[in-house]
Ligand binder design. Structure first.
Ligand SMILES: [Ca+2]
Ligand SMILES: [Ca+2]
Ligand SMILES: [Ca+2]
Length: 445
């Protein structure tokens, strides 16, 4: 059951059904120890408190580091051998690493450092991932590019989350030498090694680099629709949004790929998790004023050639009522007619319900989500679909409801029409809405 069926409890109740549940969105896949991505999906939080005491993030790493000796060639820093606890404790003793190779290392004291470097020969996206060995140490990751003309390392990216979290950064690299430091901000561990992994991507989306909250694309307060790709299994796309006042936030990640599967994780400004949303599902969450981060990643499979679309918009009022203006249908039965049980829309198998959503004071509600449920007589089948209201509050929701049983009949001038009277309900945010229709004539034959 996908998140879009969040209204199923209320819907089932309003249709007089029992035995259904709505909380089955959590799923898990085997975790990969080296790349401990968040595999647990929690539904979006229902009650989010304002974020107080926003974590004063660590100071950004030093922007440039002069090397102790002038480098005339790569050879002058390519001679350091690996050992168990590492002698690579400064840029001048950095250890050479290859991409797509897992490196293990230890830091034996708080504040300690380990240094690595790699030669990038083409313009590519460079990704670096750091997993600390245990959750009670806080190691951070910084990427520098060597400026050979000044023999200085220029900081180009970093990732400095809190204890127990992996670090991930990316950079659009040009040919040259790149240095990576693993630094202990807090604690050390000589028993459980940290793991460092780097990889290169030939193609990537135009929002890169955006692999962590420090380099998130800042979308400010405006709604947006953006296209991205997940270009490697480690790729994460982070977006920062800001609300000036409490708002309902609508989230959706459309992924047409059959090869990749993605999720959203939502974070507050202190990087506390506010829940997750699977791909191709509508999510809505009410958030207090503040800044938030949207993280998209691939728990297990990705497709670098098929973009996904992230859309975020804001609803400033709750939907209270819908007015239905038209229901189009197949099978040539279109019409708002009276079969003897009052005027109702007559429908066939495939319908599109058009209407407008209003708040309690009668104003149209933009960017809202309307959930529509219909129950047909054959097998008491319940069908649920969602639609978004546009900037003027209008929505259009297609639904395939299938055949009717024909429990009722009506003698028309030249033939007898068989039909069912079936319920239709509208919900928003789990609340049933006032509506100007509550049933349909479902045409059978
Ligand atoms: Ca850290
Ligand atoms: Ca990406
Ligand atoms: Ca990214």
């Amino acid at each position: 059951m996908k998140f879009k069926f969040v209204g199923m409890v209320a819907l089932a109740l309003s249709l007089g059904m029992t035995g259904m549940h709505s909380s089955a969105m959590a799923q898990s896949t085997p975790s990969t120890p080296a790349f401990p991505k968040n595999q647990t999906l929690q539904p979006l939080a229902t009650d989010v408190q304002p974020t107080t005491n926003v974590h004063t993030s660590k100071p950004a790493p030093t922007s440039s580091i002069p090397l102790s000796s002038t480098l005339s060639s790569a050879r002058s820093f390519a001679t350091v051998a690996d050992n168990t606890y590492g002698s690579n404790i400064s840029p001048d003793t950095a250890e050479s690493i290859s991409t797509d190779t897992t490196i293990s290392g230890y830091i034996d004291q708080q504040g300690g450092e380990r240094w690595y470097y790699a030669n990038v020969t083409r313009s590519l996206k460079l990704t670096a991932f750091l997993s600390a060995g245990t959750s009670n140490v806080d190691y951070d990751l910084t990427l520098y590019r060597l400026n050979p003309s000044t023999s200085t390392l220029e900081q180009v990216s970093y990732s400095a989350k809190g204890a127990g979290q992996y670090e991930l950064l990316s950079h659009l690299a040009t040919p040259g030498y790149y240095f990576i430091s693993v630094t202990s901000y807090q604690g050390s561990d000589t028993t459980n090694p940290f793991t460092l992994f780097t990889t290169l991507s030939d193609s990537y989306d135009q929002n890169e680099p955006d692999d962590n909250p420090f380099f998130a694309k800042n979308r400010g307060t405006a709604p947006f629709i953006s296209q991205h790709t997940i270009d490697n299994l480690l790729d994460e796309d982070w977006t920062k949004i800001t609300l000036n006042a409490q708002s309902k936030v609508n989230l959706r990640l459309n992924n047409p790929s059959v090869h990749g599967s993605y999720v959203i994780q939502l974070w507050n400004a202190n990087l506390q998790n506010l829940g997750s949303l699977t791909q191709n599902a509508d999510g809505q969450i009410t958030l207090p004023a503040g800044s938030y981060y949207i993280q998209v990643y691939a728990p297990s499979t990705f497709d670098s050639s098929t973009p996904y679309t992230l859309s975020v918009n804001y609803q400033n009022a709750a939907i209270s009522r819908v007015a239905i203006s038209d229901i189009t249908t197949d099978r040539g039965v279109y019409g708002f007619i009276d079969y003897g049980y009052g005027k109702k829309w007559r429908v066939g198998y495939n319908i599109t319900v058009k209407g407008r959503a209003y708040d309690a004071t009668g104003n149209p509600v933009a960017n809202g989500i309307v959930t529509m449920g219909v129950q047909t007589r054959i097998n008491n089948k319940t069908i649920v679909a969602n639609g978004n209201t546009d900037s003027l509050g209008y929505f259009s929701i297609p639904m395939e409801i299938g055949p009717a049983a024909g429990q009722y009949s009506y003698s028309a001038p030249v033939s007898v029409h068989h039909f069912d009277i079936i319920p239709i309900v509208f919900l928003s945010n789990n609340n049933q809405l006032n509506a100007d229709i509550n049933s349909l004539y479902h045409f059978a034959y």
